[in-house]
Ligand binder design. Structure first.
Ligand code: DAH
Length: 358
């Protein structure tokens, strides 16, 4: 009987050995260890043996059973890893292939430009702030040191909304600067924010549209000075226009909410009628900026003897036109799908300083 068991074990081990896939191995397993398997049946037969044989036979049978189970498990691991290898070599995937460009839509160059500016300034520690497009007179003008009757109000070509019951007239914000006020009212300095968004002026010609976009920047701290403003703008503009060295010059200017105020120009060349940002003989006006006026800080309950800071305002359309060679402002708002297809950007390619802006 014992010989019979050894023979059975050898036969089973041999069929485990030749099983060439998991299904064949499973057939062997069921044939041996399944309910009606050869080993299971012998287990059931134990009871009918004389007690003297039962013990030795039983022990032997158990050894055979566990050696078969072990051999099956070992073989299964082998077959599974062979199966995985085959699948992997079959299904090779080139992870460096670009995503298939199936999207039909494109991001508008304005969206792209704002995303790029936010990516750069975000790296520089700025957080995005927002404010309403329908503003009150206080935030759009008075708190920005533009009191009623101030001549700067005329320059803003303001869209006024119908008078409210209290006699006040809301306006469509004429710039993103009111977000400076809303931020200063809500956040305790030190702070560093940017506010991208829509702005409105009642003006429409070759170079003006009634709705346009600005990005406002505001930094308030205890020892902020004009050198910080210059360094900040230089870093930002060089990163945005993707040039190593960017000539930057400041011209004295006037804004009611900054003192001193300046307009900044970047160096460019216009060889062959095409504008190249970077070196060259020419200058392009790119933004307004300055040190935040004491009156603005005071209007927001901040002590100008303790805190100072700087602010800047960028025109998004102008930045987009310069960077992406779009010659006509009004095409931004034509909603022409062919134009958008040409000048638009792939939706999933989020700008980042590490992976590239555009
Ligand atoms: N708000 C100004 C405008 O729309 C732009 C501007 C100039 C914003 C200077 C600023 C600044 O923050 O410091 O014309």
């Amino acid at each position: 009987m014992t010989n019979d068991l050894d023979q059975l074990r050898d036969e089973l081990l041999a069929s485990i050995d030749v099983a060439s896939d998991l299904a064949a191995l499973e057939t062997v397993r069921v044939g041996a260890l399944g309910k009606k398997g050869t080993i299971s049946q012998r287990m059931q037969g134990l009871g009918s043996l004389p007690p003297s044989d039962r013990k030795t036979f039983g022990q032997h049978l158990n050894l055979v059973k566990s050696s078969i189970a072990e051999a099956i498990n070992a073989k299964r691991i082998l077959l599974e890893s062979a199966q995985l290898d085959a699948k992997l070599s079959d299904e090779s995937i080139d992870v460096s292939l670009p995503v298939r460009p199936t999207e039909l839509g494109r991001l508008h160059p304005i969206t792209q430009t704002i995303d790029e500016a936010v990516a750069i300034l975000g790296e520089m520690g700025f957080v995005v702030a927002e404010g309403p497009e329908i503003e009150d007179d206080f935030h759009n003008f008075t708190a920005l040191n533009i009191p009623p009757e101030h001549p700067a109000r005329q320059m803003h070509d303001t869209f006024y909304l119908p008078e409210k019951e209290d006699g006040s007239r809301p306006v469509l914000r004429t710039h993103t600067s009111p977000v400076q006020i809303r931020t200063l009212e809500a956040v305790k300095p030190p702070l560093r924010v940017i506010a991208p968004g829509r702005t409105y002026r009642c003006d429409s010609d070759m170079t003006h549209t009634p709705m346009f976009h600005q990005i406002e920047g505001l930094v308030i701290d205890k020892e902020t000075h004009f050198g910080h403003l210059k360094g900040c703008l230089l870093n930002f503009l060089a990163a945005f226009f993707e040039v190593e060295e960017l000539p930057l010059r400041f011209r004295p200017s006037f804004f009611p909410f900054t003192e001193p105020s300046a307009e900044a120009d970047i160096g460019c060349s216009r060889d062959g009628g095409e504008i190249q940002i970077g070196g060259g003989e020419d200058w392009l006006e790119i933004l307004g900026c300055g040190m935040v006026h004491n009156n603005v800080l005071s209007a927001c309950g901040i002590d100008p003897d303790e805190y100072q800071g700087f602010a800047f305002g960028l025109g998004v359309e102008r930045m987009a036109m310069l960077k992406y060679g779009i010659p006509d402002l009004r095409t931004f708002f034509d909603a022409d799908l062919r134009w958008l297809k040409h000048h638009g950007f792939m939706p999933l390619e989020t700008p980042s300083l590490v992976r590239g802006l555009s």
